[in-house]
Design a protein around this ligand. Structure first.
Ligand code: ZN
Ligand code: ZN
Length: 265
């Protein structure tokens, strides 16, 4: 499997998961041009993409969908709620039902030689989800935009070979930062976003000997710094009740604007 982020952050998200035969994007929340530039670094173009799976209807996950669908006949996979959310923001009603394939949480769907299984996440969208991707006995987990995690989340993401995990904000930066009170409450709430501390705490429950790489992603531009996200999660791993050190795994902060290093396994 091949796995990287083309962009990750509160201002736009697009993740690539591929095998030799199948190429999938999870979310298309940056411009079509930037997605094409990112894919080019992987020797791919949008015409190679077999499917786009969407996590939820917020604009940082769907910004390019409309433009892509005008030119490419790529099927869009999403939950029913997310499809309704996308279509209600489609003023010209150009994204018809026929462009979408509905998925349900905990129901596997096959695309080429990959199997995707949506997982429930706690976020203030209509029917948001994360994704587990399986291919050739390998497993990748993509979980961003979650206000909290539960035993179910841990269960869904255990035994992953690689992960994209949200580390959205530093709680102190958010609390003392410029955001209005209501927005701070939204982000900190159970249906908001995962803090660096919580991300580290969750990751500690997911580490195992065969973990091949972790991307920390969906960082807030205003309330986080890549170094701070990395350091907070590193300390959680070092201090946590597990046998691991952060240097045991490639632990990377996914870039907001550039393609992250490609994980291949
Ligand atoms: Zn969101
Ligand atoms: Zn988001």
């Amino acid at each position: 499997m091949r796995f990287t982020t083309i962009a990750s952050g509160s201002s736009g998200n697009c993740t690539y998961v591929g095998s030799d035969n199948t190429h999938i994007l999870i979310d298309a929340g940056i411009s079509k041009k930037r997605i094409e530039e990112g894919l080019k670094t992987l020797d791919l173009g949008l015409s190679d993409i077999d499917a786009i799976f969407v996590t939820h209807e917020h604009s940082d996950h769907i910004a390019a969908l409309h433009t892509i669908l005008k030119k490419f006949d790529i099927p869009i996979y999403a939950t029913n709620g997310t499809i309704q959310g996308i279509r209600s923001s489609d003023k010209k009603c150009e994204m018809t039902d026929s462009r979408f394939i509905e998925v349900s949480v905990d129901k596997e769907v096959a695309v080429g030689d990959m199997i995707l299984n949506p997982m429930k996440i706690s976020h203030d969208a209509l029917e948001p989800c994360g994704y587990r991707v399986f291919c050739n006995g390998r497993k990748i987990g993509v979980a961003t935009d979650l206000g909290c995690y539960t035993d179910y989340t841990v269960d869904c993401l255990k035994d992953c070979d690689a992960l994209l995990l949200e580390a959205n904000h530093d709680v102190r930066m958010l609390q003392t930062g410029p955001y209005p009170y209501q927005l701070k409450r939204r982000i900190l709430g159970d249906t908001g976003h995962l803090s660096n501390d919580k991300s580290g705490e969750l990751l500690c429950k997911l580490l195992h000997d065969n973990m091949k790489g972790i991307f920390l992603g969906h960082l807030s531009k205003e309330n986080n710094l890549p170094e701070l996200a990395y350091e907070t999660v590193r300390v959680e791993i070092e201090m946590g009740d597990n046998p691991y050190s952060a240097s045991d795994f490639p632990l990377m902060v996914a870039s907001r604007s550039e393609v992250s290093p490609l994980l291949e396994f």
